[in-house]
Write a protein that binds this ligand. Structure first.
Ligand code: NDP
Length: 342
């Protein structure tokens, strides 16, 4: 679309993800463009605005989000603040009459997630949760293959998302702002990824969590959590997520007649898809080469298309709410030391 017809986005929160990924992706998008910023730091926002050709009268503080209602250039708002603030910021954007794209995890609780869905529905605006992997060509091809029956029925999934976290002092270690530790931040990719592979929701979860004693970072949130998801179809998925282990992001789906392995499954790029297929006593191994676009651009272009052409987003608020419900069940299971039925 020519620049003046592109969907104008306000970006809320000028942190790492916004500066390194979201603004560059908005700039590259063919049907979207950044037109406003919301920040607690005016000076930083002025610098960023100048970089992206955003007018300085389109910079707002968090307590001024209602004023976005008077700026017709803003059609959508992208919320990129700490998890515990998503609810308030989504409600403010909806109250200003703007469509909302909200970063993952949707919120701290399923109750907040439901409030966000209700507010957007009442305001008549669209709500999408930014599950970027659902727009990745490799993840989509893996899900297609698993669901196609070509390799028989899926039986087992192993999903891992672990990394080493930095020092204390970040909001990610504060329960109020983060809603939890590794689980809502990066374990969510395992949970949502498994649901995407199967197009099915779990019926039972069983989890174990570790908060290393003596490490102040893990006084409020977990470092490591391992959880098993059981599905009505008989599939068992084992997911592990941690802030305390060297980076690893992979998912393997084991089916009756083969397996599908996604390396770097949850990374921004660098996915590799390997498919094994049973051939009598032997097996064939094949690496599927796909041309994958930049995930943040694809996700933004999808939402802009939904706004421009009145379509329903692929990952609506309800998708986020589902995961919040499962996250709560995972925590309850870890706390009570027994499986939790959904
Ligand atoms: P940062 O800490 O780098 O940035 C968060 C920004 O939010 C801050 O810079 C600040 O912007 C604003 N903010 C407002 N209130 C607060 C507060 N009380 N404490 C801290 N910051 C505040 O976080 P990230 O950019 O890494 O994460 C932001 C969101 O994006 C999270 O929900 C996270 O889960 C998600 N995320 C998603 C990823 C993905 O792959 N989809 C990857 C990384 C993060 P300002 O200074 O302008 O006021």
């Amino acid at each position: 679309l020519p620049p003046e017809q592109r969907v104008g986005f306000a970006v809320v929160g000028l942190g790492r993800l916004t500066l390194n990924q979201i603004l560059p992706a908005l700039h590259r998008s063919k049907n979207a463009r950044p037109v406003a910023l919301v920040s607690g730091y005016r000076e930083k926002a002025e610098t960023v605005a100048a970089q992206y050709g955003i007018r300085s009268d389109a910079i707002y503080g968090y307590d001024e989000m209602q004023k976005m209602a008077d700026n017709p250039e803003i059609e959508a708002v992208y919320i990129v603040t700490p998890n515990g603030l998503h609810r308030d910021h989504v409600l403010a954007a909806a109250a200003a009459g703007k469509h909302v794209l909200c970063e993952k995890p949707m919120a701290n609780t399923s109750r907040e997630a439901q409030e966000m869905i209700d507010a957007c529905q009442q305001a008549g605006v669209k709500l999408m949760i930014a599950y970027r992997c659902q727009f990745d060509a490799f993840n989509k091809e893996a899900a297609r293959l698993v669901q196609s029956g070509e390799l028989g029925r899926p039986r087992i999934i192993e999903a891992t998302n672990v990394q080493m976290m930095g020092p204390d002092g970040q909001w990610r270690f504060k329960a109020g702002l983060a809603g939890g530790g590794a689980l809502p931040d990066i374990g969510l990719y395992c949970l949502n990824g498994v649901r995407m592979m199967l197009a099915e929701n779990p019926i039972e979860v069983y989890a174990q969590a570790v908060n290393p004693t003596g490490d102040p970072r893990y006084a409020e949130v977990e470092e490591t959590i391992s959880f098993v998801l059981r599905f009505r179809s008989g599939v068992i998925a084992h997911c592990v997520t941690s802030y305390g282990a060297h980076e690893g992001k992979e998912m393997t789906v084991r089916l009756e007649n083969g397996w599908v392995k996604l390396d770097n499954a949850f990374a921004y790029s660098g996915q590799r898809l390997t498919v094994a297929q049973r051939k009598g006593e032997a097996q064939s191994l094949e690496e599927r080469k796909l041309s994958a676009g930049p995930q943040f651009v694809l996700e933004i272009e999808h939402f802009a298309d939904c706004v421009r052409n009145d379509r329903a987003p692929r990952t609506p608020g309800e998708e986020g709410l589902q995961d919040q419900i499962f996250i709560e069940a995972i925590y309850r299971s870890a706390q009570e030391g027994r499986p939790v039925t959904l």
